[in-house]
Design a binder for this molecule. Structure first.
Ligand code: THU
Length: 128
């Protein structure tokens, strides 16, 4: 099985852990590091709705807090099928590189691939 398909299926597998009692819109993500490790994430909603975190950022926060900084691809899927990252997640992901690939799709045989630069042209970065 190719790596994109495998990653997509891992994102879909993660869906079952999504905590989305308010929107009922479950999302799963699987983030592949350049070194070949995978970190999954789900959306975790909160009674204080603005405290909700998306699946993509959950995956990134898990990975970065385990020492990862370099990423190759993130697969994202919702309980309803394909989904694209929200604006906050696009900016969050952009922090870690211009070359991230984002994949989603209605199913594992119909994947769509995007580059972070396509989804967020001219993202914001503070000079370091
Ligand atoms: N959500 C994600 O987790 N990722 C996305 O790409 C889009 C939106 C979540 C946030 C919230 O829990 C629910 O989907 C509805 O917006």
């Amino acid at each position: 099985m190719n790596r994109d398909k495998e990653l997509y299926l891992m994102a879909r597998q993660a869906l079952k852990h999504a905590y989305a009692p308010f929107s009922n819109f479950t999302v799963g993500a699987a983030l592949l590091t350049e070194s070949g490790e995978v970190f999954t994430g789900v959306n975790v909603e909160n009674s204080s709705l603005g405290a909700t975190i998306c699946a993509e950022r959950t995956a990134f926060v898990k990975a970065v807090s385990e020492g990862q900084r370099r990423f190759s691809t993130i697969a994202v899927v919702s309980g309803e099928g394909a989904v694209l990252p929200c604006g906050i997640c696009r900016q969050f992901m952009f922090e870690f590189g211009n070359d991230l690939r984002i994949i989603t799709g209605e199913d594992e045989d119909h994947l769509k691939v995007y580059g972070i630069r396509d989804l967020l042209p001219e993202g914001f970065r503070l000079e370091r």
